[in-house]
Design a protein around this ligand. Structure first.
Ligand code: IFM
Length: 449
């Protein structure tokens, strides 16, 4: 492939989330989120690991921002831990929690790094889960309150907001299949939560727009490029159902005010949770859509699998894959960008997560992760290819800045540009981190010419 076209009006950043890196799970007034309680349950997390300490970012934040600066990041995406800010089932704010994010934001700005704040990256307060969590419609008002408090506290300096991170992932794994927090299962909890998340999303976005002057309000969905295993009608229909479920179920209602149920009747179950006026409330004209994508799936019709009637094929023999066994398929990100660009009302897209986990080895202070460099080179080239063809993609955030707590997978797989030695908490910039730094620098050099 020829040298990539490097546009100057493009942001290069990296992303993290609170529970995955902060640690300090009960420090300075913070209370439990569903992830604190879920990780205490038996047989839920590989090696019974948890985010109690994680990367200890809460205590090492200044050092971590200095590392971001060394990488030359132009933007940093992080999330707020709701229970640091509102630790109890009341409106009482926790000044120390707010102070932590204030210090982080101030350091980022002083370092010339643009903060992108995610309001919700899965760590629901346990006190709300005890009242039904996302299955209880009252949560919409509670979320609005949290967003409003955050907008008032941080909106004088933060202008870029992501309301939710990946509804499909936390709702399907946490509310349908029970393998992520809070461990609920079944269609009822999945569909009611999904509907309430979408109501909360639009309500939260409206709060941000009204309370933060100059806010750029977005939200992030997960997406996996889907390809029919063969060109037969049943396989094409199966790929379409997969695509609806994983890629458009939380997008289309926001754009059109309608759930995309016509090709996938099971999804009609969500309709029993809709009250008059809801679908109008769910619509929202976001300034941007965040897209998180890592791999692709090949999908085949299967009459044996209830409801969904598809199965995913194994990765092709010889295909490159990551430590998560996710196939490396760079064209997938291009195909997704082209697909989302066909929605007229999507004005701007950021790749808010993309990256690869491997079992990195630290040898004499160095991580020679050429495989990750290759992944990043190929995926970013496909993003830039889409941009060159007119897709309104405006930035790319590598997942992740650090190795971190990968939910049910614990610390097993490392996604970072920076290696974390969890015993000493020492950080080591991996070769991929240096590669990313040079890559970003080359964009700036082009800009200066
Ligand atoms: O670690 C997660 C992140 O929290 C959400 N998106 C996918 C990443 C890798 O699985």
């Amino acid at each position: 492939m020829s040298a990539p076209y490097l546009p100057s009006d493009f942001l290069w950043g990296a992303a993290t989330s609170a529970y995955q890196i902060e640690g300090a799970h009960n420090a300075d007034g913070k209370t439990d989120s569903v992830w604190d309680t879920f990780t205490r349950r038996r047989r839920k997390i590989r090696n019974r690991e948890n985010g109690n300490i994680a990367c200890d970012h809460y205590n090492r934040m200044p050092e971590d921002v200095a590392l971001m600066q060394r990488l030359g990041l132009q933007a940093y995406r992080f999330s707020l831990a709701w229970t640091r800010i509102l630790p109890h089932n009341t409106s009482a704010l926790n000044a120390k929690g707010i102070d932590f994010y204030n210090r982080l934001i101030d350091r980022l700005l002083a370092a010339g790094i643009r903060p992108f704040m995610t309001l919700y990256h899965w760590d629901l307060p346990q006190y709300l889960e005890d009242q039904g969590g996302w299955t209880n419609r009252d949560i919409v008002g509670r979320f609005e309150e949290f967003v409003s408090v955050s907008a008032k506290a941080f909106g004088d300096r933060v202008k870029d907001f992501i309301v939710f991170n990946e509804p499909m992932i936390f709702l399907s794994l946490g509310y349908l299949l029970g393998i992520h927090a809070p461990g609920r299962r079944g269609f009822k909890s999945f569909f009611s939560s999904s509907h309430h998340v979408l109501l909360a999303q639009a309500a939260g976005a409206a709060v941000l727009r009204s309370e933060v002057a100059g806010a750029q309000v977005g939200t992030t969905i997960s997406a996996t490029a889907a390809y029919a295993a063969t060109n037969t009608i049943p396989d094409r229909a199966a790929a379409r159902r997969f695509d609806t479920f994983y890629n458009t179920f939380y997008l289309e209602p926001v754009l059109t005010g309608k759930y995309p149920t016509e090709h996938f009747p099971v999804l009609k179950k969500i309709e029993r949770h809709i009250r008059p006026g809801d679908m109008e409330k769910i619509r929202y004209d976001f300034d941007f859509w965040g897209l998180n994508t890592y791999t692709r799936k090949r999908v085949k019709h299967s009459r044996f699998i209830p409801y969904i009637r598809w199965r995913e094929l194994k990765n092709p023999v010889g295909a490159k894959e990551t430590a998560m066994r996710w196939e490396i398929y760079p064209e997938g990100i291009y195909d997704l960008l082209k697909k989302y660009a066909t929605y007229e009302s999507i004005k701007k897209i950021y790749i808010t997560e993309n990256g690869a986990a491997f079992h990195d080895q630290l040898v004499a202070g160095r991580v020679a992760d050429t495989y990750r460099i290759e992944y990043l080179k190929e995926y970013t080239a496909q993003v830039l290819r889409a941009k060159a063809e007119g897709v309104p993609v405006a930035g790319y955030f590598a997942w992740s800045l650090f190795d971190n707590f990968e939910w049910a997978e614990g610390y097993h797989a490392r996604f970072g540009l920076i290696y974390v030695d969890y015993l000493t908490q020492r950080r080591y910039i991996k070769d991929s981190g240096y590669w990313y730094r040079d890559f970003i620098k080359s964009v700036w050099q082009q800009k200066a010419v």
